[in-house]
Design a protein around this ligand. Sequence first.
Ligand SMILES: CSCCC(=O)C(=O)COP(=O)(O)O
Ligand code: MG
Length: 252
Amino acid sequence: MSRAVVLDVEGTTSSISYVHDQLFPYASRVLGSWVATHGGEPAVADALRSAARIADRPDVGRDEIVDILRDWIRRDAKVAPLKTIQGLIWQDALASGALVSHVYDDVPRALRAWTAQGWTVHIFSSGSVAAQRAWFRHSPHGDLLPYLTGFFDLENGGAKREPDSYRSIARSIGTDPASIVFLSDVAAELDAARVAGWRSVAVQRDDTPPVGGDHPVVTTFDQVDLRGDLTGGPLPVGHGLPAARSAAGGPR
Ligand SMILES: CSCCC(=O)C(=O)COP(=O)(O)O
Ligand SMILES: [Mg+2]
């Protein structure tokens, strides 16, 4: 029977502050000239039209749509066309070395262990599939794509706080919901996954706000032990912690 791990990116595999301090400002900085160069390409033109529709400004000009996108970046809006455009910008920047990705040290170790134990590993992030692939391909630990089987974003996966998104991803990867473990730093995402029948693990990194909720908590992927038969009982997580704790603090 197939077993799958699904990982959030920002706050889970990778540092929130890196994304906010490096990726977002970079996209904001180059957006105007990038749209001037690439705005005629079909995928980009589509995303720009779709952003204008979402902003309720269907007839807006190029400069104004760039301002709207910049405002969304500033507010960390998880809006699909913005994520499409950011992903295309970051894809080139990561490939050229203008940007370097960030992946916590425990992540490649866990990817190696879990895949060797027969788990498939997938990504579900608000960042676009193009961004995800470039992020893990150009990681400071080398190319991590060989450990990753599937990539889901707001377009092919759906909203991250909706149980239906997790139901649809489970169908798409062909794995029973009870055999899927989801790791995230956002309680509302973990809640939605749990409603869909997935196993949930809150990832509380040193540099992230409290996750909140009542999901089992780990501070590194080293504490997620996926050996053995996991059907039925609680997930063996939190080993090595003084006590496997449940998330504390306000919801995010
Ligand atoms: C390499 S993905 C870029 C990060 C990003 O844009 C984002 O929105 C991450 O959101 P997540 O769902 O991974 O928390
Ligand atoms: Mg996250």
